[in-house]
Design a protein around this ligand. Structure first.
Ligand code: ACO
Length: 370
């Protein structure tokens, strides 16, 4: 056996795979398949960026139309999955409900090829996220409207009313920002499961489990709860100071890769301002966020990450807070599928080592003699 290397805590700075899907850098840049996130945020659609991430190139018009039609065809969720969701207690966390639903989808979605499974799991996510919420809240199941785009349908099913073009555009910008982020905790989890040759549903169910945690995708919901607790810009500095003094986390801040700026949070910040201005709501929320951001930078030199500005955008789009992390998942699943595919190109099962620190050579004592 070759010499065992000791990896740093949290695998910080260790490359465990090659990827051509996305790259985030400490200098505050992020690319999907070579394209700057800012360009995709400003000019692309969710469907087009999804195509880019899955197939490695921007589609032609006809390729995109064909892809959109396929996504629409796959967007209906089998009703036995909703029947399963109806058995879940109403106080369950939305990420637990969604994880159960995706796992249920895997147990029922027979008869289609593995390539179709990968597209259908992406296409079904808006209906799944919306209806997991609706069922838990005692509302009727909503079906996608074939005349609407994926992001329009998502808001339509989630809120029960059709969004304005501007609302759908804002929401779609956030979905683009959340699509993919190289080897984060959930993508790594998906690759580990893929490496065992388990199916895409198993891998995505595991990805959802990893994403739920507040240090990862759960941070957007936690950041929104925190912002509501702080209340106004005047309270921001003292809140941050007290939180850091207790050695607690300020949610929506810090990142393993970005040390000065997360490019996604800066795009989302601009979007939040634009949304509030367009809605004529005043800039109180924006000023609160900015005050928290500058206090965290002053005391700890940590940048806001994407989740910090995503949370108030979702709130101002009348999206229920408990669906924030499921919405993140509905977009990130595209990255997970791409990582699943990439892992299988040159696969070897992930099986790291551990340094054993336990005892050895103990003598077994029968239960009655202990
Ligand atoms: N609040 C307070 N202190 C923090 C925070 C924070 N949000 N983030 C990091 N720190 C502290 C660490 O405790 C550490 O302090 P120390 O040097 O005094 O021990 C120092 O800053 C450096 O931390 P890192 O090594 O850079 O953090 P790491 O890479 O291990 O973790 C993580 C990154 C999990 C994102 C962390 O910053 C965090 O917990 N943030 C809050 C949760 C969050 O917003 N997660 C979303 C991440 S982005 C995403 O998933 C989309």
């Amino acid at each position: 056996m070759s010499e065992i290397l000791r990896a740093p805590k949290g695998l910080d700075g260790v490359a465990v795979a090659d990827t051509s899907i996305a790259k985030s850098d400490a200098d505050g840049t992020l690319i999907y398949r070579g394209y700057a996130i800012k360009d995709l945020f400003e000019h692309s659609t969710f469907e087009e960026s999804t195509y880019l991430i899955l197939y490695g190139k921007l589609p032609t018009r006809s390729e995109l139309e064909e892809f959109e039609a396929k996504m629409l065809r796959f967007s209906m969720v089998p009703h036995n999955v909703y029947d399963l969701v109806k058995t879940i207690p109403h106080e369950a966390h939305q990420m637990d409900v969604l994880r159960t639903a995706v796992s249920g989808l895997g147990a029922t979605e027979g008869g289609i090829s593995s390539e179709e499974q990968k597209l259908s799991i992406i296409a079904q996510m808006p209906a799944l996220v919306a209806n997991c919420y609706r069922i838990i809240k005692g509302m009727d199941v909503a079906e996608p409207d074939p005349a609407l785009s994926l992001s329009q349908n998502f808001l339509y099913m989630l809120r029960g009313k059709k969004p304005s073009d501007f609302e759908a555009w804002c929401f779609e910008r956030m979905l683009i920002l959340y699509l993919e982020h190289d080897l984060n905790a959930s993508a790594f989890t998906v690759r580990v499961v893929a490496s065992t040759l388990a199916d895409i549903y198993a891998a995505c169910t595991a990805g959802l489990a990893a994403l739920k945690g507040p240090l990862h995708g759960g941070a957007n919901e936690a950041a929104m709860q925190m912002l509501l607790k702080i209340g106004s810009a005047d309270n921001a500095r003292s809140y941050v100071q007290e939180t850091l003094a207790k050695r607690e986390k300020v949610m929506g801040f810090g990142h393993r890769v970005y040390k000065t700026v997360d490019p996604r949070s800066q795009l989302a910040k601009k979007l939040l301002r634009e949304l509030l201005e367009k809605q004529g709501k005043g800039l109180e929320t924006y000023k609160l966020c900015e005050a928290v951001e500058s206090a965290v930078w002053e005391f700890k030199k940590l940048p806001a990450n994407v989740d910090f500005y995503a949370a108030p955008i979702f709130l101002n789009l009348d999206i229920p807070i408990e669906t924030n992390t499921p919405i993140f998942a509905s977009s990130r699943i595209v990255g997970w599928v791409a990582h699943y595919n990439e892992q299988l190109v040159d696969n070897r099962i992930y099986r790291p080592d551990a340094t054993y620190t336990g005892e050895k050579g103990l003598k077994y004592v029968p239960i009655d003699s202990r």
